[in-house]
Design a protein around this ligand. Structure first.
Ligand SMILES: [Zn+2]
Length: 388
């Protein structure tokens, strides 16, 4: 559920504030024209909000909800604007932290991921940098550390080093599925039914899919943990806390879609991973493992089913940003599409989807040369391999 703080038609100083921030972060079209009221949420501001949301990989609904509001706050900070330090229970968040983390990754001292939060991993990385440069070791990114970073600016770009690190982590973990933990997160649940159509509810369909996949993963030696049962609808924070607690290697979030009045014929399957699109001279950042798993999931499902290919997408919403392990969200069919809904109503089709998802998870951990052709790997192969 998405809470809306400001929407078209609203007016007041908070609307004017959003307009100012949008202009500050480079959405020039947000500025009120002659004779327009800066404190009115008009069509111009709505377009500007959508543009900002698209750049950030957020749902481009033109509304200022909690997620967009946090992204606006974060976008205002540039590295050097303020002193960055780790404060437990109240983490600093912002694009300046993203920039710092990209630099630390590029220097090979950050082990975590680029999430824009100044947490313990980032502090540890700053300490390591300070130790290796012989400056005072306090874990705080202030003027001295910023000078050190500027001097080191000629080193390798963050993206390459991040990709190397992520790939190395997967290689180190070996090629067998046995011993891994995958969290399966069927969306919605409890009183939240999600999308509706064809006599189905999204909450029921994705839970059933998760259970079919759970059995297959278990048979191949993987510990699969579901975030909810039939009558539960845990909050996002609870789902992520569970995944952290069980030390999940992967987080697979399952949804179906429902078309709004603007796109009544929508149908097909799409997969998303964490990533941010950049429009200035800084590189795009993304979860390398997440992107690979999203690609594998998408390929397997499109090869095995008649669902239309709506491709993979980098997104920076809370679920993909806050999960501390590689995470992918699959939007498996539109319940509002009669053809998609008819497929999803069929248990045999759900089995096919579960097999495709299993193959994608396995392929992620297989060395490339062992990779069988897309759409050909079935449960028997996986069992045989994990025993071998
Ligand atoms: Zn959903």
């Amino acid at each position: 559920m998405r809470s809306t703080l400001l929407r078209p038609g609203d007016s007041g100083p908070r609307v004017a504030g959003v307009r100012t921030v949008l202009v500050d972060v480079g959405v020039a079209s947000a500025a009120a024209g002659p004779g327009e009221h800066p404190d009115v949420f008009d069509a111009r501001l709505e377009r500007a909000v959508r543009e900002f949301q698209q750049r950030r990989g957020l749902t481009a609904d033109g509304l200022v909800g909690a997620e967009t509001s946090r992204a606006l706050d974060a976008a205002r900070w540039h590295l050097g604007d303020r002193i960055l330090r780790y404060t437990p229970g109240h983490l600093l968040v912002g694009d300046d932290v993203v920039e710092l983390q990209e630099r630390l990754l590029g220097l090979g001292v950050l082990d975590g991921r680029v999430d824009g939060l100044y947490g313990p991993d980032t502090e540890r990385a700053v300490r390591e940098l300070q130790r290796s440069c012989g400056t005072a070791v306090d874990g705080t990114c202030g003027p001295t550390t910023l000078r050190v970073l500027a001097q080191l600016a000629r080193t390798v770009g963050g993206g390459d080093a991040a990709a190397l690190r992520a790939a190395e982590h997967v290689r180190r973990a070996g090629s067998s599925l046995a011993g891994r933990t995958v969290v399966l997160d069927p969306g919605h649940g409890g009183t939240d039914l999600g999308a509706l159509g064809g006599g189905l509810t999204e909450a029921d369909v994705v839970l059933d899919l998760a259970q079919r996949l759970e059995g297959r993963l278990a048979a191949s030696g993987v510990t699969a943990v579901l975030t909810r049962g039939a009558d539960q609808g845990p909050a996002l924070a609870e789902r992520i806390a569970l995944a952290t607690q069980v030390g999940a290697d992967l987080y697979l979030c399952l949804h179906c879609d429902g078309a709004g009045p603007g796109s009544p014929g929508a149908h097909g399957v799409a997969s998303s991973y964490w990533g941010q699109v950049r429009t200035d001279d800084r590189p795009a950042v993304r979860s390398v493992v997440g992107a690979r798993l999203a690609d594998l999931v998408q390929r397997e499902l499109v090869a095995r089913t008649p669902l239309a290919d709506l491709r993979t997408h980098a997104r920076s919403g809370d679920l993909l940003r806050l999960t501390p392990m590689p995470a992918v969200q699959v939007d498996l069919g539109y319940l509002t599409s009669p053809s998609d809904a008819a497929l999803l109503a069929d248990p045999a089709f759900r089995d096919t989807c579960a097999e495709g998802l299993l193959a994608a998870v396995q392929r992620l951990f297989l060395p490339e040369e062992d990779d069988a052709a897309t759409g050909t790997l079935f449960l028997g192969d996986v069992v045989a391999r994990s025993r071998g």
